[in-house]
Design a protein around this ligand. Structure first.
Ligand code: SF4
Length: 178
């Protein structure tokens, strides 16, 4: 059994750009791998969140019932929870639907804009919640990393600081909307 730290990444309502930026750390992934095992992520084929992750990066807002239940489970099983990117920190792009009723959004997507098979799905697609909210509106967050997406350098810095047991100082390293 490895005695390395356990790292997890979670994808809620985001475009995957924050995960792509994580992969942009390129060969420095080997430095991360020397410090931690990736125990859960859309990048690996593990289906169950582990009993406890040391650091969990969360991309995306909380938009669906599935997101809502997932983030609570993830929080309960993560020592340090990181909101990664503007969607997780502010709801950002997913939050743009908040002025509209869910019913109107579904009609627009599945009826008005559909040329064939016009119907609102009731299976497979998780029900939307009334609004898309930042992660910290649902669970406690330990570290917020703005950016759309945060740069690979920023993500690498945050990860290596947290895995070394230090609190990352993000002053001047990232900002909303970049
Ligand atoms: S913060 Fe930007 S890059 Fe990250 S999931 Fe949201 S839209 Fe995509």
């Amino acid at each position: 059994m490895s005695d390395k730290a356990k790292l997890a990444t979670v994808w809620l309502d985001g475009c995957s750009g924050c995960h792509m930026s994580f992969l942009d750390i390129d060969e420095r992934i080997l430095d991360v791998a020397a410090l931690a095992d990736l125990v859960y992520s859309p990048l690996v084929d593990l289906k169950e969140f582990p009993e406890m992750a040391d650091v969990t990066l969360v991309e995306g807002a909380v938009s669906s019932e599935e997101d809502y239940h997932k983030i609570q489970k993830v929080r309960a099983h993560s020592k340090i929870l990181v909101s990664l990117g503007d969607c997780a920190v502010t709801a950002n792009v997913p939050g743009m639907r908040n002025p509209f009723k869910v019913e109107d959004i579904l009609n627009r997507a599945y009826i008005e804009n559909a040329e064939i098979n016009q119907q609102i799905p009731v299976q497979v697609i998780p029900p939307l919640r009334k609004t898309s909210v930042p992660v910290h509106h649902v669970v406690d967050v330990d570290v917020a990393v703005p950016g759309c997406p945060p740069s690979a350098d920023t993500i690498f810095y945050v990860l290596t600081e947290l895995l070394a047991g230090r609190e990352p100082d993000l002053t001047g390293k990232t900002r909303f909307g970049i």
